[in-house]
Write a protein that binds this ligand. Structure first.
Ligand code: HEC
Ligand code: HEC
Ligand code: HEC
Ligand code: HEC
Ligand code: HEC
Ligand code: HEC
Length: 437
């Protein structure tokens, strides 16, 4: 008798599970963006759309993104909004690649050559001349690939520039964001499914219990089993359950602890308020003042140096003298006290780092280590400055030996003894004593 009921229950459960999985599958398929995209569009159009952008190398896309932000974002959005010029979304469907390349390199030349499309947009946008860009074909193609990738297509130009200011890598962030949103939906659906399952099971068990209680064939012992209550105190007292809970707790604690311990002394992202609202975006970005105009020793010595108030006065004895912020410079000079800039980058004393070796000898760009300083209104620490970070770069970076007599013999010796690239590491750049006193 019982076995017959149990079978019925099994069948019911299996049917229920089946239904739930099937409907979940259908939902997942319907909301898969790739599916939606390809369903609505003609096969031809899909091929055209995917030709330049989709499937392009992420490195090309992010190179294009950087070029776009630095050169185009002031006038164009990567979406469809008009800023100064038209939104560039779908530009490679409107125009062919050769047209785009010659337009971007020199739009005026194209207009003067009598190209009808060029004249049409030019007139549509009130004959505003777009500047020319001395890009290579590949650079233009990378911009096209970036725009077609749709990475920043949704937001308008304003958002694109706002994202540029934070200097992070929005491609990765956005992709992760999209996947994150997707996972959230799946999680919610799974939880709902679980709750439905639990409720159904409870219902089934109470129906079964009622039915069995009415059944005359059961003896005392069967009744006892049927009416058994779920005993939480037993679960609580069970040593197995306690051990498992304790284990999970300990693992989580250790994980958190390790994360914190590894992070000690790492100040990536540190962005203190400075005593004067000095902006690199304004000075090094907009006004293109060279870094070493202010950081005078960065190519010659260990330290880059922070400019004294006198250097500011080269310009600010004339410029913006009425500004509150500039008057702070005058006050510092009157009192003969240095401006108290808050130091951002700071290696522990046990490590030795030399700017001249990296900027002058190796020719590493400031931005490689300090990020897009020329876009920062307030400077923040871009790199982690950990030992692993230094060593990783030393392992990957070939030495800049061209025109450096010091390396002539070493290059010959290296070529004789090893086939690999002549990296900083192969020249001893990972020996402890190079960086530790
Ligand atoms: C100073 C503003 C400005 C900048 C910077 C600028 N553009 Fe333009 N762009 C325009 C204007 C305005 C037009 C509309 C045509 C015209 O008036 O010349 C245009 C038109 C275009 C078109 C033609 C669009 C179409 O629908 O045919 C393309 C493509 C384009 N720009 C790409 C770029 C790229 C790529 C960059 C960066 C490398 C860039 N532009 C930088 C102002 C600018
Ligand atoms: C007009 C002068 C000026 C120019 C040009 C300038 N800087 Fe600075 N820089 C400063 C001043 C002042 C500070 C200290 C205040 C601050 O952190 O904003 C500073 C701070 C910094 C810091 C942080 C130092 C710390 O405390 O760890 C870095 C890194 C830096 N600059 C890099 C650059 C780079 C790279 C460039 C060129 C792209 C540049 N600077 C151009 C004046 C200048
Ligand atoms: C090579 C010239 C030059 C030097 C050197 C220079 N500045 Fe400037 N600074 C400018 C220019 C140009 C502006 C923009 C003025 C404007 O917006 O009209 C400016 C603007 C500013 C502003 C914004 C003022 C406001 O109220 O809008 C501050 C603050 C400032 N500078 C601080 C400094 C400090 C601090 C130093 C020294 C570390 C310094 N500047 C060195 C050229 C310079
Ligand atoms: C290879 C990486 C690297 C490069 C390239 C680099 N820096 Fe630095 N920079 C650092 C590190 C690391 C520190 C922290 C140094 C310390 O605490 O001793 C630092 C500190 C600074 C500081 C704070 C003051 C000081 O001297 O400690 C300034 C300003 C600065 N850098 C400017 C520049 C400028 C300008 C350039 C380009 C001309 C540049 N840096 C290139 C890694 C780099
Ligand atoms: C972006 C890449 C990069 C990063 C990051 C970097 N370095 Fe270097 N480093 C180089 C290159 C390239 C050279 C080779 C310069 C030369 O030709 O002498 C070098 C050389 C050195 C040397 C001299 C090595 C020798 O063989 O004489 C020291 C010391 C050094 N780096 C310390 C550091 C420290 C400390 C850090 C981290 C705070 C660091 N570097 C981060 C690229 C890097
Ligand atoms: C390219 C430069 C470089 C080389 C080579 C290097 N270190 Fe470091 N080391 C650093 C820097 C920079 C720090 C400080 C950054 C930090 O605290 O993470 C550091 C920190 C340390 C610390 C302190 C760790 C802490 O958390 O305070 C120890 C210990 C250390 N290094 C040992 C070594 C040993 C052993 C070697 C040789 C196998 C070595 N280092 C080689 C750059 C280097």
């Amino acid at each position: 008798m019982i076995s017959c009921i149990l079978k019925a229950k099994h069948k019911f459960l299996i049917a229920l599970l089946f239904a739930v999985t099937a409907s979940f599958g259908a939902w997942a398929q319907a909301s898969d963006p790739a599916n939606v995209a390809t369903k609505g569009v003609e096969p031809e159009a899909t091929a055209a759309a995917s030709e330049p952008g989709a499937g392009a190398d992420p490195a090309v896309i992010s190179a294009g993104q950087a070029l776009f932000r630095n050169n185009c974002a002031a006038c164009h959005s990567a979406g469809s909004e008009v800023v100064v010029g038209p939104g560039l979304q779908g530009m490679s469907q409107r125009r062919n690649e050769a047209w785009l390349i010659s337009w971007i390199k020199n739009s005026q030349a194209l207009i003067q050559s009598g190209d009808a499309d060029a004249i049409a947009v030019y007139e549509q946008y009130n004959k505003q001349a777009m500047p020319s860009f001395a890009f290579s074909d590949d650079e233009v193609k990378s911009i096209i690939a970036y725009v077609e990738s749709g990475v920043d297509a949704a937001p308008a130009g304003g958002t694109a520039t706002a994202a540029a200011a934070d200097g992070s890598q929005p491609i990765g962030d956005q992709a992760i964001g999209a996947i994150g949103g997707y996972l959230d939906i799946i999680l919610v659906v799974l939880i709902v499914v679980l709750i439905v399952l639990v409720v159904t099971l409870l219902l089934i068990s109470s129906i079964l219990k009622n039915y069995l209680n009415k059944n005359k064939q059961l003896d005392e012992y069967d009744h006892e089993i049927v009416n058994q209550r779920f005993d939480f105190s037993k679960v609580y007292k069970s040593s197995a359950v306690r051990t498992i809970v304790a284990l999970i707790f300990v693992v989580v604690l250790i994980d958190l602890g390790l994360d914190k311990a590894m992070g000690i002394g790492i100040q990536q992202g540190y962005q203190p308020r400075q005593p004067i609202a000095f902006s690199h975006a304004l000075h090094a970005g907009e006004h293109e003042i060279n870094c070493n105009y202010c950081h005078t020793t960065v190519y010659e010595s260990k330290n880059a140096s922070i400019p004294s108030a006198n250097i500011c006065m080269n310009c600010h004895s004339q410029i913006k003298t009425e500004s509150q912020e500039i008057q702070k410079i005058y006050r510092a000079l009157e009192r003969n006290k240095p401006i108290e800039w808050v130091r951002i980058h700071n290696l522990p004393d046990l490590a030795y780092f030399n700017h001249a070796q990296h900027t002058q000898v190796a020719g590493v760009e400031c931005q490689t280590c300090h990020g897009p300083i020329q876009e920062m209104d307030v400077v923040y620490q871009y790199a982690p400055l950990t030992m692993g970070w230094c060593i990783d770069c030393h392992r990957e970076t070939p030495l800049n030996t061209k025109g450096n007599g010091y390396y002539d013999n070493l290059v010959k010796l290296h070529e004789a003894s090893s086939k690999g690239a002549f990296t900083v590491a192969s020249n001893g750049g990972t020996e402890c004593s190079k960086c530790h006193y």
